[in-house]
Design a protein around this ligand. Structure first.
Ligand SMILES: Nc1ncnc2c1ncn2[C@@H]1O[C@H](COP(=O)(O)OP(=O)(O)OP(=O)(O)O)[C@@H](O)[C@H]1O
Length: 320
């Protein structure tokens, strides 16, 4: 469990994190969302004791990270943009980490297998692709079998196979009762990975709620219906209090009635339905609606300038 309480971080007069309080619970995947510069990486660094808060506190399993006797057994982390320029092989890199943290050598082979690096474990890390580097970073994070995982943009640089692999891995780790906290700009992926979302904008907490609640709040509460008996259906639904919009040859959008109501009323009037779809916003739509006003890097024509694009280009992932 990660608990932030009135956490703030200032760099000179720049407020990176502004009085943020939240709890990241075990057993689920929690997504950390926000525009570029919103304070996500800073918050993660504060959790890991890599930076000191200006005020407030943040604890992992009840204590500040640095006060744990064996911190790497408590928290595994993958942070962005710190390349490992080493002539060592992946296996030797992990063995060196294991030796300095009192972890059995056999565990190194376990994590190599777990992250799918078996075929390249003898290869020099400096020659790794971005995706291989990310897998090595994840292996490093998992090495001490920690209860809590903090991952900054873990899917960065992974191919579709790698993205699916990490999604399943994170869900499995959460199902084992671990705390999993990850940031990503890839909304479609976050939507299918995270159960809960914490959204920040310009350093402040904008939302802390379940994925389902976050999406439902942005959804229109309309239902799209298709029927070969559209005129009869429209008449029936209006009689029952439905507000009917966008009638076309394809179908109709209905408000003020639920999909259950519409299905029941259509059946009672012996009207055939071909489709009955509650209209739900995507995570991207929900996120954009919330953060539109807090984008730091909007240029005048609305494009994100080069260098501020989502997903930070890292050469290789690494573990804290
Ligand atoms: N060491 C630092 N010195 C000065 N300002 C900093 C420092 N670290 C971060 N900042 C500033 O704090 C703000 C938050 O940055 P942070 O990297 O935490 O955002 P982020 O949400 O992780 O962004 P991204 O999605 O681009 O990774 C930014 O305005 C950034 O420029």
């Amino acid at each position: 469990m990660i608990q932030a309480s009135h956490l703030s971080k200032h760099y000179g007069d720049k407020i990176a994190v502004n009085d943020v309080s939240f709890t990241v619970r075990p057993g689920i995947v929690t997504g950390f969302l926000g525009p570029n510069g919103a304070g996500k990486s800073t918050t993660m660094r504060l959790i890991l004791g890599l930076d000191a808060p200006s005020s407030g506190t943040v604890t992992v399993n009840g204590k500040p990270f640095a006060q744990h006797r064996r911190p790497l057994h408590e928290v595994g982390a993958l942070l962005e943009a710190r390349a490992i320029h080493t002539g060592r092989s992946a296996r030797n890199h992990l063995r060196a980490m294991a030796a300095t943290t009192g972890i059995a050598r056999s565990r190194v082979e376990d994590v190599i297998d777990m992250v799918g690096l078996h075929d390249v474990a003898g290869k020099r890390v400096g020659a790794f692709s971005l995706g291989m580097g990310q897998r090595l970073g994840i292996a490093s994070a998992l090495l001490a079998d920690p209860q809590t995982l903090i991952l900054d943009e873990p899917v960065n640089g992974l191919d579709p196979d790698g993205v699916r692999w990490i999604r399943n891995l994170l869900k499995q780790l959460a199902a084992e009762g671990r705390t999993v906290f990850l940031s990503s700009h890839l909304m479609s992926e976050m939507a299918v990975t995270a159960d809960h979302v914490i959204v920040v904008g310009q350093g402040t907490l904008l939302r802390d709620q379940s994925m389902a609640e976050f999406i439902a709040a942005a959804s229109s509460a309309a239902v799209f219906v298709r029927s070969p008996q559209l005129p009869e259906l429209v008449g029936e639904l209006q009689r029952r209090g439905g507000v009917v919009e966008d009638v076309s040859r394809d179908g109709v959008r209905v408000r003020q009635l639920t999909s259950d109501d519409i299905g029941t009323f259509a059946a009672q009037a012996s009207i055939t339905l071909y489709e009955l779809s509650p209209e739900e916003a995507s995570l991207e739509e929900a996120y954009m609606a919330l953060t539109e006003s807090s984008l730091d890097y909007r240029s005048i024509d609305g494009r994100i300038p080069a260098g501020a694009a989502s997903g930070t280009a890292t050469e290789e992932g690494t573990a804290a």
